[in-house]
Design a binder for this molecule. Structure first.
Ligand SMILES: [Ca+2]
Ligand SMILES: [Ca+2]
Ligand SMILES: [Zn+2]
Length: 432
């Protein structure tokens, strides 16, 4: 069972307004590569600040986009609770704009393959279920192809990596930030990798790398659908559930047969694919409520697929894998070094297919991490954005405005008619 942590704003000693300790990396000026700035809460000790900086340095070494990501970092004391969690600012972007930006952003053979797989229609076709407009009945498990979604959700960092202009927002942190990462100060962390990761302790740098990975865009909208469908809530119309950039490459054998990505919440295996599902890469986790018990915005927990796997063991160093890098590459980041090499790409994908085919062994680990569905409300910094409209998972209960108002832009357009800012929340929970 998982141990949920309280919502951030309910936690004593961790109010957004308290996150004003001086940033460790306070330098101004335009970024020349992927750069991070941190605002540490006063309860974050120096060892954790140094660990976070080290975690960020690993991503900065791997990704070359001239983007600065601002992250607030806090510590919370929840005995028996989650290891860490993350919330990221997200922006709703017209699908056609996102695709055009991905076209312009291509920088690798994987990018070429991935972008070629994207539907050229204004709406994003995808396999969904549990929606109010399901032809099989409102909220039904049965899947169908949805064509009502005209926009996708990008984390603000991911959007900037694609050259989409993103306005500043205080929605997530109370101060301007792209993400809010917290760690549980009651968890035994190992801050020093030089002598390995001690048994029973978590690799702090690795856990922070994982949370930063969510901020960079390794998130899934399936977690929203999974968490806001009956019996929890809804059913809601499909259009309110936005795919993320990562979801564009989420497939199942069923969805591949129909030539669309898979955005459904159920237990059918889903996998990463760059070619409309024809070649199966590493498997994804399937959802906390209706899937395999793990948040969908992860690799499956078993198989050692990478830093962004749904589970991580104590006593183990967590590192960025080739799978992680390939996913970051195709959602909009530029790799410092192509991984894997183009010539081996298909071989790698074949190997991933074998991994994806392994039977799941859920609950194998006595202690591990998993994320929880997004559940928090956000606000637009509307004054700076044309055509802004607020939406959050709270507002998902209301009928949504017609997305068709978002006009497709020509390839190469940089300015984004950002229409919504929402928060995604990822939470790492210790499981038993
Ligand atoms: Ca150590
Ligand atoms: Ca790329
Ligand atoms: Zn996670």
């Amino acid at each position: 069972m998982s141990f949920a942590m309280p919502r951030p704003r309910l936690l004593p000693g961790l109010r957004p307004g308290a996150l004003l300790l001086a940033g460790l990396l306070a330098a101004a000026g335009s970024a020349q590569a992927l750069d991070f700035r941190f605002n540490y809460s006063s309860n974050v000790p120096l060892a954790a600040q140094q660990g976070m900086a080290a975690a960020a340095a690993h991503w900065s070494a791997a990704l070359t986009d001239p983007v600065t990501v601002v992250i607030s970092v806090g510590a919370v004391a929840v005995p028996g609770g989650a290891v860490a969690d993350a919330q990221a600012l997200s922006v709703e972007t017209p699908y056609s704009l996102a695709r055009s930006r991905m076209l312009a952003d291509r920088s690798s053979q994987a990018d070429n393959i991935a972008v070629a797989s994207l539907a050229t229609t204004r709406s994003l076709p995808r396999l969904v279920n549990r929606t109010r407009d399901n032809p099989a009945g409102a909220g039904a498990l049965q899947t169908y192809v949805d064509n009502t979604s005209f926009s996708i959700s990008l984390t603000s960092a991911n959007a900037r990596a694609l050259g989409v202009v993103v306005g500043a927002s205080t929605a997530v942190c109370g101060i301007v930030c792209d993400a809010f990462i917290r760690f549980n100060s009651t968890v035994a962390f190992d801050f020093d990798r030089s002598d390995g990761i001690a048994a029973g302790q978590y690799d702090f740098i690795g856990v922070m790398q994982h949370e930063i990975g969510h901020a960079l865009g390794f998130v899934s909208g399936v977690d929203i659908l999974d968490g806001l469908s009956p019996p929890t809530a809804g059913p809601f119309t499909a259009e309110i559930f936005q795919s993320t950039a990562l979801d564009l490459f989420r497939y199942s054998s069923d969805s591949a047969a129909r030539g669309v990505a898979d955005f459904s919440a159920d237990t059918r295996p889903k996998y990463f694919s760059l070619d409309r599902g024809a070649t199966a890469g590493p498997g994804f986790a399937l959802g906390e409520v209706h899937g395999d018990g793990w948040q969908a915005g992860h690799w499956q927990p078993v198989g050692g697929l990478g830093l962004m796997a749904a589970s991580g063991l104590p006593g183990t160093q967590l590192d960025i894998s080739a799978n992680d890098l390939l996913a970051m590459d195709v959602i909009g980041w530029n790799l410092a070094a192509p991984v894997p090499e183009p010539a081996s790409l298909l071989l790698w994908l074949a190997g991933g297919a074998l991994l994806a085919g392994l039977a799941r062994r859920r609950g194998q680990h006595c202690t591990s991490m998993a994320d929880r569905p997004a559940s928090s409300a956000g606000h637009t910094p509307g004054a700076t954005m044309a055509k802004s409209q607020q939406r959050s998972t709270k507002e998902a209960k209301k009928p949504k405005k017609d997305d068709s108002a978002a006009k497709p832009l020509s390839p190469g357009a940089v300015s984004a008619p950002i229409t919504t800012v929402v928060m995604k929340k990822g939470k790492e929970a210790k499981l038993k």
